[in-house]
Design a protein around this ligand. Structure first.
Ligand SMILES: Cc1ncc(COP(=O)(O)O)c(C=O)c1O
Length: 381
C-alpha cells in the first residue's frame, strides 16, 4: 500500500459480499426484490459482483442504464428514475426493453408515450409518488416532502389517472416511492412510508388503476461513526419493517433500492499527510485528498471517521487533536476538526472511512487535480 500513488479508493470485496449475501437472503425470505442504486458506486468490479448475485439495478441516467446492462444486469431487472430524462435517454430505455422508467411528472409520461409510439414499442413505467413524508434526515437528501422536484404529488393524482387512461404506448406497472437517504430512524420512517404507500395504492385502485408493483426506494443509513462496529447495516430491520407494512396492502410485488447500505462501508479513501502545520491553538494535518475526491463533508457537512493507518502500524501510543484538511482552495475542504488521532507525521497514510457510497462517483477534477485511483484489498495482498 505504501508504494501506491495517493489518494486512492480502496474497496473490501469481502465486506461487500457479506452485505450483498445478507440482502439476497432477506430478499428470498420475505419475497422482496432488491435493485441496487447504481448512483452510489458504479465501479466496474462492484457492479459486476452485485449483478452476478441476482440483484437488479436502479439507474438515474441513460449512461447508468447502459453501464448496468454491460455489467450483466438483465433489462427486466433494471429501473430508471430521474426528474429530467432526455429524449435520448428515454429511447435508450425503451430500445433496451428495461422493466420500467420511474416517471416523476405528468409531462414526462406524455413524452415517453410519444417516443414509445414512434418506436412502435411499449414502455414499461412506474410512477414515482411524492408521499409527503419527512425522512428525518439531511435536507439535501430528503426527497419525499410535498414541495419537491421529485415525483407526482397528491393534487395531481386524478389528472394522472386520466392521463394513463389515454396513453396507448405506456405499460403501467405500478408505483414508486423514495423518501430520502441515510435514514437511521428505520422502523418509524419506513413504517410510515408503507402506510402512506398503502393508502395511495387504495386511492388508485378504487379508481380502476391496478397497481401490481410497489417500489419503496432506498434510504437505509449506515454507521459513519463506528464503521467497524457496524460493517453490515441492519438490513433485517429494514426488510422486516417493509414486509410487515406492505403485508396489509394485498398481494403485490414489492421491491427496494439499496445504495449506500450495500456499498458505503466497503470503501475507504486513502490519503497521505503532506504537512503537519502548527497554528496558534490548532494543529492541521494537510492531506493530498480533497473535496474533489470525496465531496460529502463539504457538501453536506457529513462525518467520516479518519484513521491513521501508518501510526497504527508504528504502534504510536500518544494521541493529539488535529484539524484534518484537504488541499483544495475552499475553506469547506475539511475532513474533520479536533479529531483525536495518534501523533501524526508527514507521509503517514490516513483512511477516510465509509467512503464506498457517493464518494468516487461524485469525484471531480476541480482545481485540475488528478482523479483518485481504484484498488481492491485482495489485489494488495
Ligand atoms: C430513486 C432512488 N432510489 C434509491 C436511492 C438510493 O438511496 P440510498 O443510497 O440511500 O439507499 C436513491 C438515492 O438518492 C434514489 O434517488
Amino acid at each position: 500500500m505504501e508504494k501506491i500513488r495517493t489518494p486512492f479508493y480502496l474497496y473490501d470485496m469481502e465486506l461487500l459480499a457479506e452485505s450483498v449475501s445478507e440482502m439476497v437472503r432477506l430478499s428470498a425470505q420475505y419475497g422482496i426484490s432488491a435493485h441496487y442504486a447504481v448512483k452510489a458506486n458504479a465501479e466496474d468490479r462492484i457492479l459486476r459482483y452485485i449483478a452476478s448475485k441476482g440483484l437488479g439495478a436502479d439507474c438515474v441516467s441513460g449512461n447508468e442504464v447502459l453501464t448496468a446492462l454491460a455489467s450483466g444486469f438483465p433489462p427486466e431487472k433494471i429501473v430508471f428514475a430521474g426528474v429530467g430524462k432526455t429524449d435520448e435517454e428515454i429511447e435508450t430505455a425503451v430500445g433496451n426493453g428495461i422493466f420500467s422508467m420511474n416517471c416523476e411528472s405528468l409531462p414526462e409520461i406524455e413524452v415517453i408515450d410519444g417516443i414509445a409510439g414512434r418506436m412502435g414499442k411499449k414502455a414499461g413505467i412506474m410512477v414515482r409518488i411524492n408521499p409527503n413524508i419527512d425522512a428525518h434526515t439531511h435536507k439535501y437528501i430528503t426527497t419525499g416532502l410535498e414541495e419537491n422536484k421529485f415525483g407526482v404529488s397528491e393534487h395531481e393524482f386524478d389528472a394522472l389517472i386520466e392521463l394513463l387512461g389515454r396513453c396507448r404506448w405506456i405499460d403501467f406497472k405500478g408505483l414508486h416511492f423514495h423518501i430520502g437517504s441515510q435514514i437511521l430512524d428505520v422502523h418509524d420512517v419506513f413504517s410510515l412510508e408503507c402506510r402512506r404507500a398503502c393508502e395511495i395504492v387504495s386511492y388508485f385502485e378504487e379508481r380502476g388503476l391496478k397497481v401490481e408493483n410497489i417500489d419503496l426506494g432506498g434510504g437505509l443509513g449506515i454507521d459513519y461513526h463506528d464503521p467497524d462496529g457496524h460493517p453490515v447495516p441492519d438490513f433485517g430491520l429494514w426488510v422486516r419493517t417493509i414486509a410487515e407494512g406492505m403485508g396489509k396492502c394485498g398481494d403485490r410485488r414489492i421491491s427496494i433500492e439499496p445504495g449506500r447500505s450495500l456499498v458505503g462501508q466497503c470503501g475507504s479513501l486513502i490519503t497521505r499527510v503532506l504537512y503537519v502545520k502548527h497554528g496558534v491553538d490548532k494543529t492541521f494535518l494537510i492531506t493530498d485528498a480533497g473535496m474533489n475526491d470525496l465531496i460529502r463533508p463539504a457538501l453536506y457537512g457529513a462525518y467520516h471517521k479518519v484513521e491513521n493507518i501508518s501510526a497504527e502500524a508504528r504502534n504510536v501510543k500518544e494521541y493529539k487533536k488535529y484539524d484534518v484538511v484537504g488541499p483544495v482552495c475552499e475553506s469547506s475542504d475539511v475532513w474533520g476538526e479536533g479529531r483525536e488521532l495518534p501523533e501524526t507525521e508527514r507521509g503517514d497514510l490516513l483512511a477516510i472511512r465509509s467512503a464506498g457510497a457517493y464518494g468516487q462517483v461524485m469525484a471531480s477534477r476541480y482545481n485540475l487535480r488528478t482523479l483518485a485511483g481504484t484498488y481492491y484489498m485482495d489485489e494488495l495482498n
